[in-house]
Ligand binder design. Structure first.
Ligand SMILES: *[C@@H]1O[C@H](CO)[C@@H](O)[C@H](O)[C@H]1NC(C)=O
Ligand SMILES: *[C@@H]1O[C@H](CO)[C@@H](O)[C@H](O)[C@H]1NC(C)=O
Ligand SMILES: *[C@@H]1O[C@H](CO)[C@@H](O)[C@H](O)[C@H]1NC(C)=O
Ligand SMILES: *[C@@H]1O[C@H](CO)[C@@H](O)[C@H](O)[C@H]1NC(C)=O
Length: 426
């Protein structure tokens, strides 16, 4: 409804902003987003094997439908995004090399020493060696398939896609349902990634739709060309995930285990409810310390986890460690803002007071914009309307504009999760 109002009033930005939601709290550093949320029709660009690539007017997001075994989906991905992968990988290696000093302090001793003595590739190789015994086979199949068609060395792919294990991001996670939402029942979640705008990743955003034929559910992952694993995604099984770094964590940082972004995608791929996802988390050899959000459409619930090597805390609205007045307790709503928890910032708590009872996807977009969260990308998982609403950073007038301040796109999950969109003939 708000989006429609904005659309009609698109010429008059002031009228649009007025329709966009309540007055932004003074404690917030973002501004309302006046762009209408649009639903561009994806246009088929090309197909390879069982997979297809689509483009959409008004955005550089490439939409891929991948279908088959893990190896076949890897092959399709590597072929359909080959030019972008070949351009992005060397740029990302250079970028990580230049930026790693900013993350050294948070890294396990062994990794820090390796970086200082032998450089980033060696540290990533240690991560490959430490995680491989705990990595399910389909991840190797995806990597091998991508290498097979892109021509990029398997080792280079494996090392690079593990960089989230070394380099953590701040972010905002919100899960709301029941009394907190406009629909009055269905789950709504926001996942906003704050990772800085100076990334080579910016150029090649992708929305990957996996349609595994060896078991598991069709699922969607917002990512970048050539990357594997999920930090933002939503599944036809009803599961969705969010995460952010758990910055206040001071205990052992483990590297020997199941990469957290592989675990997150495996929840989308294989799990059907919260219990199954929590069992996966409980029995995994966990690595780094993150906040992990697990959304479950069919049970209308969202659990926010403190996830780490030794310890996992599972939070819901009743047991979340609130700290008023910065973070109040709300029925059917859990969230963490973009700052380090416990956060002494009022903004998101004030926004939740404004939106509680009436939160919908256009409202969640405004929360992201007004809180100023989600610079690299952001997504709203809107189960009530079968939509995944996404935004990525855009290049405008010579500089990068944050995703939260850029146009958002509403994607019909019935289309995203339809395997017949993979392997279409032109
Ligand atoms: C790619 O994989 C296929 C099927 O396994 C294999 O026949 C082919 O030789 C591989 N190509 C390259 C370049 O490795
Ligand atoms: C891939 O790269 C690794 C590490 O640089 C190297 O040892 C290996 O020989 C390469 N493999 C191929 C097939 O070129
Ligand atoms: C966790 O690590 C232990 C020790 O290496 C291993 O025995 C166990 O199978 C691992 N668990 C999983 C779920 O990979
Ligand atoms: C899309 O990419 C092109 C080429 O890199 C760039 O000039 C353009 O500004 C990008 N568009 C957006 C919306 O980011």
């Amino acid at each position: 409804m708000r989006a429609a109002l904005c659309f009609i009033a698109a010429a008059a930005a002031a009228a649009c902003a007025a329709a966009a939601g309540p007055t932004p709290p003074a404690s917030c550093d973002g501004a309302p987003n006046d762009f209408p949320i649009s639903s561009p029709t994806p246009k088929l660009v090309r197909s390879f094997g069982g997979g297809s690539r689509y483009s959409m007017a008004g955005t550089n997001i490439s939409v891929l439908h991948l279908r088959g075994s893990a190896f076949e989906m890897g092959q399709q991905y590597g072929s359909l995004m080959r030019e972008e992968i070949i351009q992005l990988f060397p740029d990302m290696y250079t970028y990580i090399d230049e930026q790693i000093d900013n993350f050294l302090e948070k890294l396990p001793e062994s990794i820090r020493k390796a970086i200082e003595e032998y450089g980033v590739p060696a540290a990533l190789q240690i991560t490959v060696d430490a995680t491989s015994p705990y990595t399910p086979q389909h991840w190797f199949d995806l990597i091998n398939g991508m290498s097979n068609t892109s021509g990029v060395n398997v080792t280079d792919i494996h090392r690079l896609i593990l960089f989230p294990e070394l380099v953590k991001a701040a972010c905002t996670n919100i899960g709301a349902w029941g009394a907190a939402t406009a629909s009055g029942t269905d789950l709504l979640a926001l996942r906003a990634l704050d990772f800085g705008l100076d990334k080579p990743l910016n150029k090649f955003p992708v929305l990957l739709n996996f349609h595994p034929t060896d078991g598991g559910a069709s699922h969607s992952v917002l990512s970048w060309a050539g990357f594997l694993g999920t930090i933002t995604g939503m599944s036809s099984s009803g599961m969705a995930v969010t995460e952010k770094v758990w910055d206040a964590y001071t205990e052992l940082q483990n590297i020997v285990g199941y990469p957290f972004h592989f675990l997150m995608q495996d929840i989308l791929w294989n799990d059907v409810d919260t219990d199954q996802a929590l069992s996966r988390v409980a029995s995994a050899n966990r690595t780094c310390a993150i906040w992990l959000g697990i959304a479950d459409r069919d049970n209308d619930q969202f659990r926010l986890l403190h996830y780490s090597y030794r310890r996992v805390d599972v939070y819901n609205p009743k047991n979340f460690p609130v700290y008023p007045p910065y973070h109040d307790r709300f029925q059917d709503l859990v969230f963490v803002d973009k700052h380090v928890q416990p956060s002494h910032h009022m903004c998101l708590n004030e926004l939740m007071h404004q939106y509680w009872g009436n939160l919908d996807a256009p409202g969640a977009v405004q929360v992201s914009a007004v809180h100023g969260t989600g610079d690299l990308h952001a997504a709203v998982y809107d189960y009530a309307n079968d939509q995944m609403v996404i935004s990525v950073t855009t290049f405008v007038d010579g500089s990068w504009r944050p995703a939260h301040a850029s146009p958002w796109f509403s994607m019909d999950t019935k289309w995203l999760w339809d395997p017949s969109n993979a392997g279409r003939a032109l």
